[in-house]
Design a protein around this ligand. Sequence first.
Ligand SMILES: Cc1cc2nc3c(=O)[nH]c(=O)nc-3n(C[C@H](O)[C@H](O)[C@H](O)COP(=O)(O)OP(=O)(O)OC[C@H]3O[C@@H](n4cnc5c(N)ncnc54)[C@H](O)[C@@H]3O)c2cc1C
Length: 424
Amino acid sequence: MIKTTAVIVGAGHAGLAMSRRLTERSIDHVVLERGEVANSWRTQRWPSLRLLTPNWQTRLPGHDYAGDDPDGFMPAADVAATLTGYARLVGAPVRTATTVHTVRAAPQGFEIHANDDVLRARAVVLATGACNLPAIPGVADAVPPSIMTLTPLAYRDPGQLPDGGALVVGASATGVQLAGEIHRSGRPVTLAVGEHVRLPRTYRGRDIFWWLEATGLLAERYDQIDDLTRARHLPSPQLTGTPQATMTDLNTLAARGVRIVGRLGRITDGVAQFSGSLANTCALADLKMNRFLNRADEWAAASGLHGELPPPHRFAPTRVDPRSPLELDLRSGEITTVLWATGFRPDHSWLDIPVRDRTGHIRHDGGVVTRAPGLYLLGMPVLRTRASTYIHGAAADSEALAGHLRSFSAAGADGYRKHARPHS
Ligand SMILES: Cc1cc2nc3c(=O)[nH]c(=O)nc-3n(C[C@H](O)[C@H](O)[C@H](O)COP(=O)(O)OP(=O)(O)OC[C@H]3O[C@@H](n4cnc5c(N)ncnc54)[C@H](O)[C@@H]3O)c2cc1C
């Protein structure tokens, strides 16, 4: 039996940031990782993926981007290399190839089963990521078996798809990027569009993430957001990171020949049925984008930057073809692939502590897991601020949670009894 104060599960950016924070506080700990450091970026991302956040924003505690392309967008392989270097920089005590099978409550702490080892720790940090599994709608069961179906976790490049048309379901960051890439391979692409977040890549000469940060939007705290559940489930913005910083919205995809249809609602007898509210869905996304651009302009004016930046402007509304089909016969041979770009979900199936709500999500207050003293969650969308969704958000989140963990573990057995409520 191995005893330590804290166990961090997962050596992605979140787990590594937490390791750095615990080291700063001289809290002994170990990071358990089933693969290598940055395993998700090595094994679960398609090779052409680039971050949609600019390089300058890839900041972690004790690490700032120091390359020669701060306004560029890092390919997945570079993210893996950056995190590997970061693990070395902070001396993270990572045990690779160590899969956590079970975490359960034990007297004054937790028992962790990993490979063939058993560890005891007073605190456990769940940093296994928000995107371990694909979120696939139930309608997937009705896709005719002749069609190849896959998710972004299995997608590598268009060469793995059969010839013929592809139906990409979902038009957030992943969907628009993969629709564009598959279309460039010469395959006809139909993109089914549900609720989405439209944002321009750049505005008034600055990257949109500069604006999201400058206006304070990313700093909005979880306990000040009106509809937190909704904020935590918002689709990722329709953005891609390309070397040319191009805009990848529905207008640019449609201009290139991607067929845009409404949300995939049902598949009946092999016929896919799309929502007729595409125009409304797009109008709403345009409205929300313009609302944010108004906020950006107001902020620029109030900050005295108005004159230094190019003048405000607005983007063309999303053009919706009134002839956009409402049905597509998936048995006709026109579509040979369906790609589910419908989002991701975390996998905490190995957590044997009753801390989930009725929807299966872990109940937590800004990353402090509810009714399980010593259990922490990191790397989730809008965990403590809107920035938590992105790599750089782990800096502040890990600082706050490491502070909490230190007070908790320093309180000792008496403190434990004082803080502790039953794990159920
Ligand atoms: C397609 C995609 C694009 C993204 N683009 C951006 C972007 O442009 N900018 C940005 O800031 N963020 C982006 N993100 C979001 C975010 O940065 C990632 O989700 C990030 O990988 C989450 O980091 P993490 O450290 O929380 O989890 P991960 O990087 O997923 O790390 C979790 C680690 O835990 C390990 N693990 C899981 N289960 C176990 C277990 N049972 N035992 C031991 N180890 C385990 C995994 O192997 C993995 O290494 C993107 C996410 C996705 C999916």
